[in-house]
Design a protein around this ligand. Structure first.
Ligand code: TYD
Length: 133
């Protein structure tokens, strides 16, 4: 059974607000090579819907909320992300879909490699065949 791993980030709060940090190879279980973020996502839109051959990622709802559906080929688990102090680990070879974004959602992704289209499975059947190979 797939058990999504959530890392609880330290929250430094004082009268000025809150701050959380993610350090490469410390809070993230890999070297962070790339950061990207999605925002301004219209209601009902679905993002992701792909898997990666090698890429590992941490996903954080730095604002608002959304669901992330992870499928490792054996089971499918949906996690709600709505806390900027929680990071969901997305291992390689997990099909992942992001959905139900709130209007104000900002999805921050920390990734273990630079952007490389050849690392993607964008077709679910192709992904399943690779898992079973
Ligand atoms: P896409 O992979 O379609 O987003 P999603 O995660 O929702 O499937 O990416 C959208 C566009 O952004 C596409 O043209 C590729 C580009 N892109 C980059 O240039 N760099 C990146 O790091 C990422 C993740 C995407």
């Amino acid at each position: 059974m797939l058990e999504p791993q959530i890392f609880n980030l330290k929250v430094h709060s004082d009268g000025r607000g809150s701050l959380s940090a993610v350090e490469s190879n410390i809070d993230a279980p890999f070297e962070i090579k790339r950061v990207y973020y999605m925002y301004g996502i219209p209601g009902g839109q679905v993002r992701g819907a792909h898997a990666h051959k090698e890429l590992e990622q941490l996903v954080i709802a730095v604002a608002g909320s959304f669901e992330i559906v992870l499928d490792d080929g054996q089971s499918v688990v949906t996690t709600v992300l709505d806390d900027p102090a929680k990071a969901l680990y997305v291992p390689k070879m997990n099909w992942r879909t992001l959905q139900n974004f709130s209007k104000d959602a900002v999805c921050l992704v920390l990734a273990s490699a630079l952007y490389d289209e050849s690392d993607y499975y964008r077709n679910y059947e192709e992904y399943k065949s690779a898992l079973n190979a």
